[in-house]
Design a binder for this molecule. Structure first.
Ligand code: GDP
Ligand code: ZN
Length: 317
């Protein structure tokens, strides 16, 4: 059956989003430029195509269908997830879609930002996507820092969280990162200066990503958010853009917060009260788990810290 007939038969009359089982013939969106996008062709080269006005909601990582024999996008496939950020006018902008893994990059100096890791975990698990932790600049780590790092990492032992020690400078650990990123789309996020641009460049040596132009200049800079999809070996892909690297998750509701703490949730099922806050309620299985060292105390502390933040948010968000 031709693609066109398939679209006619299955698409809702006005719909710009196709259903799951038509996704086989979709092409990956590499990048968006206004009303045009680049899609990945069968042989890996980009093809510039035009968006119809009614299919405007298309970003890097989306999958789209062209009208047969044309360079016009007729539909976008349904998204698995999407990464959004707030622009300068407080509007939510979608930067990239269909993200499988989000790697939080940190550097061991000056210290491991535990709170930052916790916050990113909440954001990533709510996308939802698989989180991972990349400890970069491992070439310059010393013994005391390694011990401090071990202490922080022990907090995450009950989570499905791969931790990779790497160096963009020496290449140590990059093979492990390549292997762990195989078979899906990946992005690197985290604070500036930890080496995200350097890592992306090291992972994609054939691409010219202009390391050093971006990412080290701090807060007020004007951030372009044109994300780009880079196919990589092992059926992997890397999504990169300053906007993606700056991704800073927002915490909205207690339910979202709970999704960021699957290691607590496992115990919370046994709390006497279904909506137990794990602060002081009787029969709290989470506090009991901490007491018998089945859950790191730092994870409960992190939960309580973020819970206060969420409770203080204005209602009706
Ligand atoms: P980004 O802001 O996260 O994109 O960080 P950059 O990639 O711009 O790197 C910030 C600084 O850290 C640069 O001076 C890099 O040369 C340096 N850097 C990046 N990766 C490593 C590494 O693995 N080891 C060391 N020693 N320095 C690194
Ligand atoms: Zn409880």
């Amino acid at each position: 059956m031709t693609l066109q007939r398939r679209i006619r038969r299955r698409a809702p009359p006005q719909g710009a989003v196709a259903d799951q089982d038509t996704q086989r013939d979709a092409a990956r969106v590499i990048a968006r430029y206004g009303s045009e996008i680049d899609i990945l062709s069968g042989n890996g080269t980009p093809i510039r195509v035009q968006l119809r006005r009614r299919v405007d909601d298309v970003v890097c990582g989306d999958r789209v269908y062209c009208e047969e024999g044309t360079r016009i996008v007729a539909q976008r496939a349904e998204r698995k997830n999407q990464l959004t950020r707030r622009d300068n006018f407080d509007r939510h902008r979608t930067i990239a879609a269909n993200i499988d893994r989000v790697w939080v990059v940190v550097a061991p100096h000056p210290e491991i930002p535990r709170q930052l890791i916790d916050r990113f975990l909440i954001g990533i698990l709510n996308l939802p996507a698989h989180p991972g932790l990349v400890i970069n600049k491992y070439d310059v780590i010393d013994a005391p820092t390694e011990r401090a790092l071990e202490t922080v990492l022990a907090n995450y032992q009950n989570l499905d969280l791969p931790v990779l020690r790497v160096s963009a400078r020496t290449g140590v650990g990059l093979e492990a990162l390549r292997a762990a990123s195989a078979g899906g789309s990946n992005i690197l996020v985290g604070p500036s200066g930890v080496g995200k641009s350097s890592l992306i460049q090291a992972l994609l040596p054939q691409e010219n990503l202009r390391v050093g132009d971006l990412g080290t200049t701090g807060e007020g800079r004007h951030t372009t958010t044109t994300a780009r999809w880079y196919p990589a070996e092992g059926q992997a892909a890397w999504i990169d853009s300053p906007g993606v690297r700056d991704f800073s998750p927002e915490i909205g509701t207690v339910d979202e917060l709970a999704r960021g703490f699957p290691d607590l949730a496992e115990h919370a099922d046994h709390c006497r009260f279904r909506n137990c806050s794990h602060r002081a309620e009787p029969g709290c299985a989470v506090r009991a788990a901490v007491t018998r060292s089945a859950l790191p105390a730092a994870r409960l502390a992190a939960w309580l810290e973020f819970l206060s933040v969420v409770e203080d948010l204005p209602r009706g968000r």
